[in-house]
Write a protein that binds this ligand. Structure first.
Ligand code: NAD
Length: 261
């Protein structure tokens, strides 16, 4: 390889002309993805059940490249509406970030009722499957597409959530690998991100309890700090772009070293 073969490093992080659909866009990691991906030049379909949170994204001032969609990912009709509206606005979806998720209150199996169990599964895995299936046909027709699923270190180990949350995040990793296996050779690149402890709306309660088990674990994290939503958005941006072209079906741990032992 000579110097002329080297890509422009900036191009590896550019999403100019790309259309990215991001769920969980109103808060935390999804919101940071919206902000960073907009800055990288993408047009964004920002999806969340939290209407007020979505409206706060308007302060980004990129209205022409930002399409807000209020939707409950547990509702099949909402997903159909979101996809139709996104295609009407931008014509295609190049990158899907399945970021939205809900926690289960760290409940053990005997303590969780079926309603909460079903809700956690409906949002964290069935919603993700429905949205993926709604976006995949267009990607396959173009022979190109990227899907980034937000798993968790709770997808690799016990103790990062309760019985339902941990089960769904393990399922997200299995689903990611199977999608990659089934569609990789058709031009679809699917990967998962496994965040550790990130300061977001989801973790406010547990992180404000200085005596909690998780806070004690944090004391030994090599990075010496909690993660930020931007830590995860940066890795998502890399995975969405051409620099990650040879990464298929991976589970990328971004946890400051939380799970090294
Ligand atoms: N914060 C962490 O420490 C952490 C760690 C590992 C994985 N994760 C994962 O990262 C993802 C984002 O979480 P976060 O920490 O940013 O949490 P968050 O609570 O700040 O954001 C989650 C967003 O998802 C939205 N959402 C929830 N249910 C929805 C539904 N039915 N339909 C549409 N939108 C819905 C919420 O309104 C919210 O805006 C989740 O999948 C979570 O499991 C977070």
């Amino acid at each position: 390889m000579n110097d002329t073969d080297l890509p422009d490093p900036h191009s590896l992080m550019s999403l100019a002309d790309q259309v990215v659909l991001i769920t969980g866009a109103a808060s935390g990691i999804g919101k940071a993805q919206v902000e960073l991906f907009l800055a990288a030049g993408a047009s964004i379909v920002a999806v969340d059940v939290n209407e007020q949170g979505l409206e706060r994204l308007c302060h980004l001032g990129e209205v022409a490249r930002l399409h807000l969609q209020v939707a409950d990912l547990a509702q099949a009709d909402d997903i159909t509406r979101v996809i139709n509206s996104a295609l009407e606005r931008f014509g295609r979806i190049d990158v899907l970030c399945n970021t939205a998720g809900v926690l289960d209150g760290y409940k053990r199996s005997l303590d969780i009722d079926e309603a909460l169990w079903d809700r956690v599964f409906a949002v964290n895995i069935k919603g993700l499957y429905r949205l993926t299936n709604a976006v995949l046909p267009g990607m396959l027709a173009r022979g190109k597409g990227v899907i980034i699923n937000m798993a968790s270190v709770a997808g690799c180990f016990a103790g990062g959530g309760g019985a339902a949350y941990t089960s769904t995040k393990h399922a997200v990793l299995g689903y990611t690998r199977q999608l990659s296996y089934d569609y990789g050779r058709k031009g679809i690149r699917v990967n998962a991100v496994c965040p550790g402890m990130i300061e977001t709306g989801m973790t406010t309660a547990v992180l404000s309890d200085r005596e909690s088990k998780l806070m004690k674990v944090l004391a030994s994290v090599p990075a010496g700090r909690l993660g930020t939503p931007l830590d995860i958005a940066r890795v998502s941006l890399f995975l969405a772009g051409p620099g990650a072209d040879f990464i298929h079906g991976a589970a990328i741990t971004v946890d400051g070293g939380l799970t090294i032992k």
